[in-house]
Design a protein around this ligand. Sequence first.
Ligand SMILES: Cc1ncc(C[n+]2csc(CCOP(=O)(O)OP(=O)(O)O)c2C)c(N)n1
Ligand SMILES: [Mg+2]
Length: 569
Amino acid sequence: MPTVAEIMVAAFRRHGVTDVFGQSLPSAFFLAAEKAGIRQIPYRTENAGGAMADAFARVSNRIALVGAQNGPAATLLVPPLAEAMKASSPVIAIVQEVPVSQRGRNAFQEFDHVALFASCTKWVKQLDDPTRINDYVDMAVTIATTGRPGPVALLVPRDVLLMDVEQTEVIARTSQMGGFPLDRSRPDGARVVEAAKLLAEAVSPLIVAGGGVHLSGAVKALGQLQELSGIPVATTNMGKGAVSETHELSLGVIGNALGAKAPNYLTRPLVEDADVVLFVGTRTNENGTDAWKLFPRDATYIHLDVDGVEIGRNYQAVRLVGDARLGLEDIIAELGKIDLTRRDQSRPCAASRIALAKTAAAVDVEQLRANQPSNKLTPQYVMSILNEHLKADDIAVADASYSTLWMSNYLTAKSAGQRFISPRGLAGLGWGLPMAMGAQAAFPDKRVVCISGDGGYGHVWAEMEAAVRSNQPIVSVLLNNSILGFQKHAELNSFSEFTTAIPFSPVDHAAIARAVGAQASRVTTPAELETALKAAFSGSQFFLIEVITDADSYPAIAAWDSNPPETIR
Ligand SMILES: Cc1ncc(C[n+]2csc(CCOP(=O)(O)OP(=O)(O)O)c2C)c(N)n1
Ligand SMILES: [Mg+2]
């Protein structure tokens, strides 16, 4: 007679699950999973395991599972689930519960997990009736993947997992889900007609693509719309790669890092001059809109999003509630029926403005390379060299803080659909390395590059051991400026001083990496950087490149233009 754990594993296999992030708990579940051929990908901390699952889901468009014990382990899942919630990532947390017979008696590590996960999941439920196991698995999968995707938590009491149940008693299910979006819905047809008309008749329209374009698999449709309409496309940090940044109508990433020193600063007028803006799959959050200052007040907005709550939150808009791919296809179909003379006429002008901005950006990068101090590399320089090594189907992952902005501003999306993953749901430190591990687990044959700061890396050093154990050939680039960089500069900007917690003691990260069996190189010169990158990219093992970087460098955060941190000291 099979146990509930075994039936649960079979149910997840039915949904196409091949990998689970875990640390052996709940034991009955993982023992059954490994016997059934599901690979357990180990984490050192639950924080990291949840972030791995999040990235796995984002890059693969499949649900991702993470397991954890009750109590303290479960509490460590809160941060990654909160990030997944804000970033619309369908992570399924399998959390052990105390045995039903011990409930409410202060059992070992007993905690109210329903209350714990209420704020950071779409759904949290405890399985009590063993015959309903298939119902609960399917409910978890459905809720994670339908509508706006997001995390769920399935609580499984230790004793229920071990129960033997007659197959005949278990409510059977046969549906195969596991991919997302599970259900695609079309926006209101009349509003699509209205939107197409607005786009056709605009003087200088703009499309802004968020992470929802990747989640919906709408990259191809967006490229078709860009080509057909000749409308320039910008992306948010999470939308980066939704269009190829080598396309003549692609602006690159816009948002809070579009300050005066940004390489793509000259794209800013194209945003500020827009009279019609089409948002696709974006929350119009603070950073993506430069604190809602970037877009013109008097523009007309159209917003296509699966979550109607996001539409009109910050910009009153023509409401296109629905799947990004279907919505874009509907707009394309409507544009096919109307006169696009205006769009055809405006395309060369938009393209030449963008070309000018890109030429200026290239000059900017040339200059920073020429003026590079020989013993102290700037992150801009490191990123521009890394960009040369990155191929069109490589995956780049960045930690929060400056790393995300260095990636957005200095790495080029060389193909439509190339992925650039960052924890921009909540921008927490320490997500970079585990997200790279999750992406690598989803695509073992792809090159995954991780960019982190030393503060964020300190949250997750231990995960290097897990990456080595899992034979993950990640190229991990650590920008070691020996400070909490953003924190220091933000404090200088706001208070003209900073606290004593900002500088770190010297840390030899390369030595830590070697101690856990990884390859590593500590880099201080351009020549050493080049050698290390060549070795890392041609190798097949986890490779940490620790670059000692200039602590005074910071990305072009627009809010600091009027009061740059360096002038305050
Ligand atoms: C979990 C978490 N704690 C604190 C912060 C606030 N914070 C944002 S950036 C930053 C400094 C990051 O330093 P580091 O990782 O070294 O990157 P750098 O800015 O130096 O490149 C801090 C403390 C955060 N975003 N997430
Ligand atoms: Mg730092």
